[in-house]
Every structure is written in structure tokens, then in C-alpha cells.
Design a protein around this ligand. Structure first.
Ligand code: OOG
Ligand code: NI
Length: 460
């Protein structure tokens, strides 16, 4: 099967998941309407931005979801998901260790890789795997393992279709059927598979443990929209009483955006039915589903990322954000102060190798006679060559931890051992994850090589 059909399967899947989520989660529907409104206002205020989006064909897809997130319980579930998402042209990129923030999961993002695929539909699924090895309570660990061993999060038909695809690909009808079957794995199910007592035990051990273990499958816990002005959207959410988290995660607002900024409204408890030991059904509640917005900027090199990580850690150490976010203003001020040390113009980001750039030959510049020029800087100065920041397509562990945490409530800060285990993650996944930095570097190198060849320059 070629890329085009993987792209169309991903597009169908993302839209099926979005339709269902909007139908089931009215708060998300309200957020989607609000974000569209704020985006419209931003476009009206910034005609240049509007023109650029139009030129890149991005305007018409502005309101499609950028990502969603799920959490699974076992290696078998994760490896099956890898095969399922591969059919949609989504590969595991990056390893995220969330134990750094007291969260017993590690994660990857299934996402399209090529520039064209990302442009066609950027939908990603941030996927976390429970780490029972980090749960201290032996009884909870045992219960969780037993409950997880009894469930199958895929329909039999979904499994059969995945096998079929791997043998000989899909025809159109099979592709459509696959999308419907696959989407079933991620729907919300208000029917818990356990008793209220088991739920309480797991929840008291760690709220995430209850969320991952007590239901039929890995419900989508949020979908994420693109906000052209995330600060305006964040404020609008607060003004409408949507209960957004205290801060926008990621770097502070800048002239040249870097990496990823994101914020979300908090999940509200929803009714759940438990099945008691004696077969009785009782009603309870579980807070699982929320909505998120994101805004993306330049992908940073290892050097740029190290600087980002250091400045963020310094800000967090100087002004630790209170659990209730009461000192959000002071934190944001501190963050802005620290990030004054991060260059905020494209040229310096490029020259100091802090960010990755896509090179292209600017045919409109009319600087064609400079092909004999020597250095890269010369070619850029004369306008023969242009460099645009490559957009960051991945996630940030500290930000992800902030998103997770905003929904964990006031549960005790139980100490969790910080221990990355990429090996175990990849063993569970059944494949290595792609290294995101290598992908950006390769894109930069390829674009530079092609541009120099087009200019008739061997090496700059
Ligand atoms: C995933 C949180 C991480 C993001 O955007 O960083 C995430 C989760 O809550 O399961 O989606
Ligand atoms: Ni997210």
C-alpha cells in the first residue's frame, strides 16, 4: 500500500475519532467552537499570517485535530497498536520518560514522518504504557496485572484486518471497515470492568492506574486543536469558565516560536457504572476526558534543546509552581526572564545551531548570479538561498507531565523512582522508536544538499 492511502486512512480515522469525541464530550465541542472563534479573530488581526497559511494550504485544515492521547496497560496492547497505527502511516517517534514527574508511564508518539504526510494530516497519538514496575503497592500491582490480562482492547475483526493488511494490503472497502473497527478501541466506555472497591484501591495507589486498568480499553483522554494565538485562547477559555490549567506549558511567548506550547481544560468527573462482587451495579464517577490546544515552533538541535531544558529547569527551581497554580503569574514572569537568554531571531538560531532549518532556493529573489559564492552565509545574504525553521512535530516530557498532572487532582505526592527504561519500552513495542533529532537533522541536510545542487554549488 502506498503512502497516499495510508494518509487517507489516517485522515478518515482522525475524523471518526473527532466526530465521536465531539458527540460524547460536550465540553470538548464547546472548546472547539471557542478555538475556531479565537483563530478567526487572530486571522482578522494578522492578514500576513492569513496569507502565509493560505499559501501553504494550511487554512482549510486549521480546525483538524493535531493529536490525541491514550494510555495502555500491557506490552501486547502496545505492540498491536504499533501494527494498527502503521496502517495509517504513523510510526513511533521519540521516547518519553514520565517517571521524572512521578507518573508511572513511559510513552512515544505515533505520527506521520514525511513532510508531505504531515501536511496532508498531522494527526498523532501520544501513547503511554503503564509501568507496573514503578508501582510500590504489591496488592495493587497484582490486581492490575490480573485485570489487564483478561481484556482484549481490539475487536476480533480489527485483529483480522490488521493480519490481512500485513499480508496483502486493503481495498477501499476494507480500509473503511478498518477505520471503524480501529476507532472502537478508543471509545469511552462508562461501564467499568471492575468493582468500586477495586477502582478505589487502584485510584488510591495512583489515579492513572485506575484510569488505565478499570475500563474495557484505552479511551481517548483528550484531543488537541491548533491555536494560532494560544495565550488568547487560554484567556478565552478562562473567561468562559472552562477551567483551563494554570499555565501554558512550554516556552514563554516569543517572536520566533520554538518547540511546542500547549494548554488544556481540566477533565470533569463523568458517571461510571461499577460491577460489584455480588453482580450488583453501582454508579460512581471518573474524571478522564479533557481538551487541549497547541501551538508549534522551530525544532531545536540537541544544543538548543539543552539550553531550553536548562532555562526551564532554572525557572521551575526559582519559582516552583504551586499545585493549585496560585502563583502562575510569578512563574510566567520568571520563565520570561530566564528565556531572555534564548536568542529570539531566526538568523541567530540558525548561526548558533540552536534550531533546524529547511533550505530552499528562492527563485523570486533574482540572486541567481551568486552561484559561485562560497559560504552558506553569503548565499543566504544575497537571497539565493533561503532558510525557514523546521516545525517541531514531537512532544516535551516536562510539558506532558504538566498535562498529566493537571488532571490527577490532589492525590498525595507519593515518591516514585525516576528511572527511564527505553529498552523495556522498545521490547514491549516490538520495535525501536525513531530518534526525532535524527529526523530533523536528516531533513535539514537533505534540503541543503538539494538547494546547493540546484544552485550549482558543490559545497558551501
Ligand atoms: C498524555 C499527556 C501528554 C501532551 O500533549 O503532551 C500529551 C496523557 O495525558 O495521556 O498529550
Ligand atoms: Ni496532548
Amino acid at each position: 500500500m502506498n503512502d497516499a492511502s495510508a494518509d487517507s486512512i489516517r485522515t478518515m480515522f482522525a475524523s471518526a475519532v473527532s466526530d465521536r469525541y465531539q458527540a460524547e464530550a460536550p465540553q470538548y465541542r464547546a472548546m472547539k467552537a471557542l478555538v475556531a472563534e479565537v483563530n478567526r479573530q487572530t486571522l482578522a488581526d494578522e492578514p500576513q499570517l492569513k496569507r502565509r497559511l493560505e499559501e501553504n494550504d494550511e487554512l482549510e485544515r486549521l480546525d483538524v485535530e493535531r493529536h490525541g492521547a491514550i494510555r495502555v496497560g500491557t506490552a501486547e496492547e502496545l505492540s498491536m497498536l504499533r501494527r494498527l497505527f502503521a496502517i495509517m502511516g504513523m510510526a513511533p517517534v521519540g521516547y518519553y520518560d514520565l517517571s521524572i514527574a512521578g507518573i508511572p508511564v513511559h510513552s512515544t508518539a505515533f505520527r506521520p514522518i514525511g513532510a508531505r504526510a504531515l501536511r496532508t494530516n498531522p494527526f498523532r497519538i501520544f501513547t503511554s504504557l503503564l509501568r507496573l514496575d514503578l508501582i510500590g503497592n504489591a496488592q495493587a500491582r497484582e490486581i492490575a496485572a490480573k485485570v489487564l490480562a483478561q481484556r482484549d482492547i481490539f475487536t476480533p475483526r480489527c485483529r483480522a484486518l490488521i493480519d490481512l493488511f500485513e499480508r496483502r494490503g486493503f481495498d477501499d472497502g476494507e480500509a473503511r471497515e478498518f477505520v471503524l473497527e480501529a476507532a472502537k478501541s478508543f471509545r469511552w466506555n462508562g461501564q467499568a470492568t471492575v468493582s468500586s472497591a477495586v477502582y478505589r484501591t487502584l485510584h488510591a495507589t495512583h489515579p492513572l492506574l485506575a484510569d488505565i486498568v478499570c475500563f474495557k480499553g484505552p479511551h481517548i483522554n483528550h484531543l488537541t486543536l491548533y491555536a494560532l494565538d494560544i495565550d488568547a485562547a487560554h484567556k478565552a477559555m478562562a473567561a468562559r469558565g472552562m477551567n483551563p490549567k494554570a499555565i501554558v506549558e512550554g516556552p514563554p511567548p516569543r517572536r520566533c516560536p520554538i518547540l511546542l506550547r500547549q494548554t488544556s481544560f481540566k477533565a470533569r468527573p463523568e458517571p461510571v457504572e461499577f460491577i460489584e462482587e455480588d453482580g450488583r451495579r453501582v454508579t460512581g464517577a471518573h474524571a478522564a476526558r479533557f481538551g487541549e490546544i497547541e501551538q508549534r515552533g522551530a525544532a531545536l538541535t540537541a544544543k538548543g534543546r539543552a539550553l531550553y531544558d536548562r532555562l526551564l529547569a532554572e525557572a521551575q527551581a526559582a519559582v516552583p509552581l504551586a499545585t493549585d497554580g496560585a502563583n502562575a503569574l510569578a512563574f510566567n514572569e520568571e520563565l520570561a526572564r530566564r528565556f531572555a537568554a534564548f536568542p529570539d531571531d531566526d538568523e541567530t538560531l540558525r548561526r548558533e545551531k540552536l534550531a533546524f532549518f529547511h533550505y530552499s532556493v528562492d527563485t523570486s529573489a533574482g540572486g541567481g548570479e551568486s552561484t559561485s559564492a562560497g559560504s552558506l552565509d553569503d548565499l543566504l545574504r544575497t537571497g539565493a538561498l533561503r532558510a525557514d525553521p523546521i516545525v517541531y512535530e514531537d512532544f516535551l516530557p516536562v510539558s506532558a507531565a504538566g498535562i498529566f498532572r493537571s488532571n490527577l487532582g490532589e492525590h498525595g505526592e507519593e515518591e516514585l523512582i525516576e528511572r527511564a527504561d527505553r529498552r523495556a519500552f522498545e521490547a514491549a513495542l516490538g520495535a525501536p522508536v525513531f530518534n526525532e533529532l535524527a529526523l530533523y537533522e536528516e531533513a535539514e541536510t537533505r534540503s541543503l544538499g538539494a538547494s546547493l545542487r540546484a544552485l550549482g554549488v558543490d559545497r558551501a
